[in-house]
Design a binder for this molecule. Structure first.
Ligand SMILES: [Mg+2]
Ligand SMILES: [Zn+2]
Length: 170
């Protein structure tokens, strides 16, 4: 078997409502970025099971002029810092800065370009991979990329959904 034939598996994660507290407002200041209960524990377990972790987030507030790429960068620096401090390796964070009012893009979920980029870049097998999100559009983006979707309740502990991805006994 060639090296290329060995594919990675991944869990794609929506950001707001899955990793951090969904407040109903745009989250672009680090002081409003509060990581949800169960996230570190769940993602550590997924890493131990060999899943790559990839964040895919719609951030249309940029196109709407409510905040900038710099704001998103600071929030994501904080996210990476919190994960690194707990030994959780995050493969990448993708975000879509567009809004449909300024023209349609291919990355804003329910479009699947962010997921497909990661699949190509990290040699991921979509059939062994999952996407967890708190909106129907997250699950739809997963479906379009051939990844299994998990709809979670906003701000619910990811630990409550781990049994779907990791069958018990493993
Ligand atoms: Mg969300
Ligand atoms: Zn986009």
């Amino acid at each position: 078997m060639s090296e290329k034939a060995v594919k990675n598996k991944a869990v794609f994660l929506d950001r707001d409502g899955v990793i951090n507290r969904e407040t109903g407002q745009y989250i672009f200041e680090t002081e409003n970025f509060v990581i949800n209960e169960g996230v570190f524990e769940a993602l550590s377990l997924l890493r131990k099971q060999g899943f790559m972790l990839v964040v895919v987030s719609n951030q249309s507030g940029i196109a709407r002029g409510l905040y900038t790429h710099d704001h998103v960068g600071r929030v994501h620096d904080l996210l990476r810092k919190e994960f690194t401090a707990r030994g959780i390796d995050l493969a990448e964070i993708y975000y879509c800065p567009h809004h449909p009012s300024a023209g349609k893009c291919l990355c804003r979920k329910p479009e699947s370009l962010m997921i497909e980029k990661a699949i190509a870049r990290f040699n991921i097998d979509p059939r062994q991979s999952w996407m967890a999100g708190d909106r129907e559009r997250d699950v739809e983006a997963a479906r379009r990329a051939g990844v299994k979707g998990i709809l979670i309740k906003a701000n619910d502990s990811l630990m409550n959904y781990l049994g779907v991805i990791i069958p018990s006994g493993e």
